[in-house]
Design a protein around this ligand. Structure first.
Ligand SMILES: [Zn+2]
Length: 515
């Protein structure tokens, strides 16, 4: 990872032990989503352990031991909700020396492992959550050996089931579909493509660029990003609740935002990887395992090295757009482009309603509760005053309370506004940025703009997926991202003649846009 104090160099980062149910909160009270995930893990383990010759009773016994151990591990870990709290950025930075690690973990051989595989040579060692390491050490006892074995078996069953043989693969596909509530599989060819691309994203990206992209597209998207950044400068100038010094620091950060638009000039070198083809007797399992060994070598080669920032280190064909706090960059890449998000042929209104509002969204992350803790170079350094933070929180609180009241499902489970805080703020800031840009355009067609924005956000969910999102996705459900967003702005009321008493009406004093 980039080091928090100096994001231009790598550090060794020690995370927390992985839990079968992902979120420590699930071990206190299982949610609907937790129950489904547990069923997926249990059924996966049952299938693999059954094929290894275990009886039904042995399987149940193994599962029980694995969860007993996990339940103990979870006690020393932060819940997902706690990790979404902006204060976790600094809480999760704990720079240690090897001696500190030895003290944290005298029995569990963490330091021996690090010494054996070079990790101990790193000048910077950072522990995400020391309690979880101490907890693991405390549970690493003779008495727990059978439970630890069970946990490793259940974990391995899940991690390897999709690369063993066809029967195992199809079984996992079926179980995963049940988990997410879908009935149709993607084609094998599509899945093979995804697997290969996730290992070698840059190779696929370069082929894709050759066939489908050109300099004009890169220029067009870069320009849209620049226009957004310029408009943010005005937005910051007109923000009366930020102190003057913070306003200045914000503009400095804005000036230094790196635009990663469409594709980079420099690519990852893959020569370290060797995959044995099927014709040479290679298997998928071997390919995956050789790949992860090579990744390990690559990472060890990065110890104490500078980060090459010209290599973006992302999969530009992934359907995503994002802001990266550690290098102050917005990443707007072709995997995100489709007829709803961006095409060269769109009108200005459509571009603003679709990709433009996304670019605006990403920029706002430089200035939210997490962004306020990273400086213009991506180092962890709080650049807000106490007063700025209070003023921001006061505005953000109104939004959190608004979302806390939303009940998205019949079962009465309310939203947790804290989880969606930064993403909901970003949506509205990005949208405001576009509306400001629209003001400079003669005869701007707002109807076309709003429709393009709603088309951008239209989604089909399964109920399972939606429930899972409400619990763990920092983005609000898409219908809310659309509806709540447009309700904040006068242009929407004017365009569609919305009045008090209409379903989409929100009184000016109840509006929750922060910027
Ligand atoms: Zn976002």
């Amino acid at each position: 990872y980039p080091s928090p104090d100096d994001s231009s160099v790598y550090e060794v980062n020690i995370g927390s032990p992985e839990l079968l149910l992902d979120d420590a909160a699930e071990y206190k009270e299982l949610t609907e989503n937790g129950k489904r995930l547990k069923k997926l893990k249990d059924d996966t383990a049952s299938y693999i352990l059954g094929r290894l010759g275990m009886s039904e009773k042995e399987i149940q016994d193994t599962l029980k031991k694995a969860y007993d151990f996990d339940t103990e591990l979870a006690k020393y870990q932060k819940t997902l909700l706690e990790m979404y709290d902006p204060s976790y950025v600094t809480e999760a930075i704990n720079i240690v020396k090897l001696d500190d690690l030895k003290e944290m973990s005298p029995d569990f051989p963490l330091v021996q492992y690090m010494e054996k595989y070079d990790w101990a040579k790193s000048d910077i060692i950072d522990v995400e959550w020391p309690d979880s390491i101490k907890g693991l050490n405390g549970l690493y006892t003779e008495e727990n050996v059978e439970k630890i074995k069970a946990k490793l078996l259940v974990d391995s069953a899940y991690n390897y089931i999709n690369m063993l043989d066809e029967d195992a693969y199809r079984t996992f596909q079926k179980l995963q579909n049940e988990y997410s509530g879908i009935t149709e599989n993607e084609s094998d060819q599509e899945l093979a493509y995804q697997a290969a691309r996730s290992a070698f994203p840059d190779s696929f990206a370069r082929l894709y660029i050759e066939k489908f992209l050109n300099e004009d597209i890169r220029r067009d998207v870069t320009e849209l990003c620049r226009d957004c950044i310029d408009t943010y400068r005005d937005m910051l100038d007109n923000t009366d609740w930020l102190s003057e010094s913070t306003q200045k620091a914000a503009k400095d950060k804005l000036d230094k935002i790196k635009i990663h638009a469409v594709y980079p000039d420099k690519w990852e070198d893959y020569s370290i990887y060797h995959v044995k083809a099927k014709e040479e007797g290679g298997t998928y399992f071997e390919a995956v395992s050789d790949f992860s060994k090579a990744m390990d070598l690559r990472d060890r080669g990065r110890i104490n090295q500078k980060i090459d920032k010209e290599i973006w280190g992302i999969d530009i064909l992934e359907t995503n757009a994002f802001y990266d706090h550690t290098d102050n960059s917005i990443n707007i890449v072709p995997g995100f482009f489709c007829d709803a998000t961006y095409s060269e042929k769109m009108s200005t209104e459509q571009k603003y309603g679709a990709l433009g509002s996304v670019v605006g969204h990403e920029i706002s992350h430089a200035f939210d509760t997490t962004g306020s803790q990273f400086d213009a170079d991506g180092n962890v350094r709080d650049w807000w005053t106490k007063e700025d933070k209070e003023a921001f929180d006061e505005r953000a609180d109104k939004l959190v309370k608004y979302y806390d009241k939303i009940v998205a499902f019949d079962d009465g489970t309310p939203y947790q506004g804290q989880i969606v805080q930064t993403e909901a703020i970003a949506d509205m800031a990005g949208f405001k940025c576009m509306l400001l840009m629209a003001k400079d355009i003669k005869d701007f067609n707002y109807d076309e703009f709003f429709k393009a924005h709603m088309y951008l956000l239209a989604r089909v969910y399964t109920l399972e997926r939606a429930e899972s999102s409400v619990l763990s996705d920092p983005h609000p459900l898409y219908y809310l991202r659309g509806n709540v967003n447009v309700q904040q702005f006068d242009e929407f009321y004017e365009t569609y003649d919305i009045k008090e008493g209409d379903g989409m009406y929100l009184a000016p004093e109840d509006r929750i846009a922060v910027w």
